[in-house]
Design a protein around this ligand. Structure first.
Ligand SMILES: [Zn+2]
Length: 434
């Protein structure tokens, strides 16, 4: 009996590629290349310009009274509130899209091509841009209807009711995103490399994720960068891996990346994300409500409207919301970095591929032109993930199984499936591993 168990254990080790990295060498954090540093600096400048632009456009529309004139124009076309509101939202979003087009084109097409990060055709970029703008305009009109419908009913508490409503709205959006929206931009399908898929499914099984939840997407048509992500909720929940990652990374590097994504999946980070998003939105909307009231009292003449329920106040609400979103960004990023760190811990505990995790991220610094050690301002305002330098350092250090320490997420891991005919010795497999 004992023999069978030990045999079964070693066969399973080989089958899953499960290895002990206790004696593996540390992976040094790479230096950023001059090209990566140029990409980092120009990216920061672009981020500041985009931020200023996102505030300047609605501010101009409000304080030149263009917003008030646009409302008067919509009122002349139709007397029905529903259509007045929809028309105003449509024209406003269209004007913002047109004024933002040069920056969007530079950031989305010119810049990645200039740095050799993309071979996306201009027709494909334009197709994605127009599809994206059409979807966001449609969703924007529906949201404006909801916000102003609530404001008309409750001008004092609208921020709370609309903020709370964001919770179910976000759930619906996250649910339909992978089924209806993402396929408009890219092709999703099962993994092409069946051997690799088998290994990933084995890993997923150990993490308690049922099969058929791993998709490959043709991102190579858009970018040379490498990534993977978890999306959807409930029955639409899935792990998506970019084909660029499959091309660039070794099997073990890829398995660690998948282990990280499985961490997001198993630890319900999507739900946490929606919860935190709702909370931050309520805080942001409350601040918008207070400040909008101040503007409406102090300068109705300069804006051409004096009531929040007037649809002409939309650019003011968007201006204030953008401003407070910026101020709340550090809190959102802090939350995001902590769940990313937890997913790293999960991925390491699931795979024990510390070295492959490190070498995979070394590759990311060149494929994604990343700066392994960004500055503190970048970390506070822009970093949704821990820096690559911090992550590689963590991969080199975090090996509790080598020091007989308990795993943080061991309770989520299922014993490996026994091979056909093998004696069930899960207990022993666990003893061996820890
Ligand atoms: Zn992640």
């Amino acid at each position: 009996m004992k023999k069978w168990c030990v045999f079964g254990f070693f066969v399973l080790l080989m089958a899953t590629g499960f290895a002990d990295d206790c004696s593996a060498p540390s992976v040094p954090v790479p230096e950023a290349s001059p090209k990566a540093m140029a990409f980092y600096t120009s990216g920061n400048i672009l981020w500041v310009v985009q931020l200023i632009w996102s505030l300047a456009v609605p501010a101009l529309i409000v304080f030149t009274k263009f917003g008030a004139r646009l409302r008067a124009f919509c009122d002349r076309i139709t007397g029905i509130w529903l259509w007045q509101t929809a028309l105003y939202a449509f024209f406003f979003l269209l004007i913002v899209a047109i004024l933002s087009l040069p920056l969007d084109f530079y950031g989305g097409y010119v810049r990645p091509h200039a740095y050799g990060l993309s071979n996306q055709t201009i027709a494909r970029w334009l197709n994605h841009y127009l599809t994206g703008t059409a979807i966001s305009t449609l969703m924007g009109i529906v949201l404006v209807w909801i916000v102003y419908g609530i404001i008309r009913k409750s001008p004092r508490r609208w921020w709370l009711y609309f903020g709370l409503l964001n919770f179910p709205l976000a759930i619906v959006l996250v649910f339909v995103q992978p089924i209806w929206i993402a396929p408009l931009f890219n092709t999703f399908g099962p993994m092409k490399d069946k051997q690799l898929e088998q290994k990933i499914l084995q890993l997923a099984d150990r993490a308690g994720i049922q099969g058929g939840r791993v998709y490959e997407v043709d991102m190579s048509a858009d970018t040379k960068q490498v990534n993977a992500y978890v999306t959807g909720i409930g029955s639409s929940k899935r792990i998506v891996i970019w084909d660029t990652a499959i091309k660039e990374l070794t099997t073990d590097e890829l398995l660690f990346v998948m282990g990280h994504e499985m961490g997001h999946y198993v630890l319900h980070h999507m739900w946490w994300g929606i919860f935190i998003y709702t909370l931050i939105t309520i805080v942001g909307l409350f601040l918008v409500h207070l400040t909008a009231g101040l503007f409406l009292r102090k300068c109705p003449k300069q804006m051409g409207f004096s009531e929040i329920k007037d649809i002409a106040s939309l650019p003011l609400l968007i201006l204030l919301y953008s401003f407070y979103s910026f101020l709340l960004t550090p809190a959102v990023n802090f939350f995001s970095r902590s769940i990313e760190h937890n997913a790293d811990t999960f991925g390491l505990e699931l795979t024990h591929f510390n070295e492959a995790a490190g070498t995979g991220f070394v590759k990311l610094t060149s494929t994604n032109l990343a700066n392994p050690w960004p500055g503190p301002l970048y970390i506070v305002f822009r970093a949704s993930h821990p820096s690559i330098g911090a992550r590689i350092t963590y991969f080199n250090e975090y090996k509790p199984w080598c020091h007989d320490k308990p795993l943080e997420y061991g309770r989520f891991f299922r014993p490996l499936n026994p091979l056909p005919g093998a004696v069930d010795c899960h207990e022993e497999i666990y003893d061996h591993r820890h």
